[in-house]
Every structure is written in C-alpha cells, then in structure tokens.
Ligand binder design. Structure first.
Ligand code: SAM
Length: 223
C-alpha cells in the first residue's frame, strides 16, 4: 500500500506545485478586491514605528511583504514551500527590496526564531488553518514582542461554505449553521490577551463584527 506523506510534506508539495500560478489568482478581479479589502483592514493595525520588524508568517509569494517593505518596514517572510519562496525572491529582487525583506524557509509549527523577536506578525490567507492551528498560534504568540499584535485570517465557516456551495449546497448550509465545526482551541498557558490577536474569516469583509471567527477548521477540509 502506498504510504501517505506527512501533513507538512503534503502542504509543501501542494504549494510547490501551485507556486508558479499562485499570483495569477491574486491578479484576477476577485483577487484584487480581496487584496484591497484585506489591505484596508490590515493597515489600520500596522505599527506606527517604521523601524518595526514584521514577520510575514506563511508569506508565500510575498503578496504582503512587498507593500510592507515599500512602506519602510523590515520584514522576514517565512514559508515552508521553496516554490512559493522562489516566486517571492524574484519579485523582491526585481523591486530592489532585498535589503528590506529576508526570505527564510521555516515551519510555522516549529519556528527557529527567538522569543519576543517581532513587533508585528502577519499570517494571511490561511496558514493557521492549513497547518496544525494550535501549534501555529502558540509559535506566533511566542515570537511576538509584548504589546505587539498578530493579524491573521483563517478559514472560517463562511470560507468553507463558499468553497462548498457549488458542489454540495446542503453541506454548505450545514457549515453555516455551525453544526459541523470544530470549536476554537481552548486558551493555552501563553494565550494572548484578546486585543493582541486580530483574526477574521478570510472570505467575509474584514472589520465586520460577524467576521470574527468562531471556529478553526481541520486541515483535512482544506487540502
Ligand atoms: C494560501 S497561501 C497564502 C500566502 C500569503 N500569506 C498570501 O496571503 O499571499 C498559504 C501559505 O501558507 C504556507 N504554509 C502553510 N503551512 C505552513 C507551515 N506549517 N509553515 C510555513 N508555511 C506554511 C504555504 O506554503 C503557503 O505559501
């Protein structure tokens, strides 16, 4: 029987495979609208001090690292997929931002960074949902400076229902009625105070009251 690869290996190979096309979606009308509303929400939470160090966790092809670097921040973009990082590297080099953005291969469930290293942590478009949510959250909190902020989007019930609706409307409705979700992880020893963690469902409008997530979704639903 063929052996199933480890979850992290599946994530890595999935994103390596789609990395050359990833920015195609970003450049569609839907991708641009998503990018616009996301940026409008995100920018309100960015540190005032432009000398701040930002971690773009699971930063992929650098969709957010580039504008952040252009604003003057120093950014570390880390990701598990070399394919995604290669795309990011090409764009960063082309834009002359290599001194502002460092690219590193890292696993978000086990980061090599020191405690309290970053002023701000960004984790956009699902890395928390794709990998082991609790381990990722624990690591993001660990590397964040006291008084820092983590800004993240996850696959919540809206995203899941949207991806399901064309295939199976009943299942989509079930997701919306919350009968099929995994509850939020319980607070752990180093749980951040609520104001530290800005987290929303990536398919709803950032900033709307009802976009705050009420559940994380298991990895199997995303891959
Ligand atoms: C949908 S992409 C989003 C990329 C980027 N944040 C953006 O908004 O364009 C999700 C990214 O999370 C990365 N990722 C998922 N699990 C990860 C893990 N455990 N460690 C590091 N990166 C991970 C994937 O490789 C992929 O690049």
């Amino acid at each position: 029987m063929e052996e199933k690869p480890e979850p992290l290996e599946r994530i890595r190979s999935l994103f390596n495979e789609i990395s050359p096309q990833f920015d195609n979606w970003v450049n569609t009308l839907q991708g641009k609208v998503y990018g616009y509303v996301t940026w409008e929400h995100l920018k309100k939470y960015l540190p005032l001090d432009k000398n701040s160090l930002i971690l773009d966790a699971g930063g992929g092809t650098g969709r957010w690292s580039l504008p952040l670097a252009k604003m003057g921040y120093s950014v570390i973009l880390c990701d598990i997929s070399q394919g995604m990082l290669k795309q990011a590297e090409n764009k960063i080099h082309k834009e002359g931002l290599s001194d502002k953005v460092k690219i590193q291969e890292e696993d978000l469930t086990n980061l090599s960074y020191a405690d309290q290293m970053f002023d701000f942590v960004l984790c956009e478009d699902g890395p928390i949902s794709i990998s082991d949510s609790q381990k990722v959250v624990r690591e993001l909190v660990r590397v964040l400076k006291k008084k820092g902020k983590i800004w993240a989007s996850v696959l919540g019930r809206y995203s899941l229902a949207l991806t399901e609706v064309a295939k199976d409307p009943e299942k989509a409705l079930k997701h919306l009625s919350l009968s099929d979700v995994r509850p939020k992880p319980p607070p752990c020893a180093n749980s951040p105070p609520p104001e530290t963690f800005i987290i929303y469902d990536q398919s709803s409008s950032p900033g709307a009251d009802d976009c705050l997530i009420d559940a994380y979704y298991p990895m199997e639903t995303c891959l």
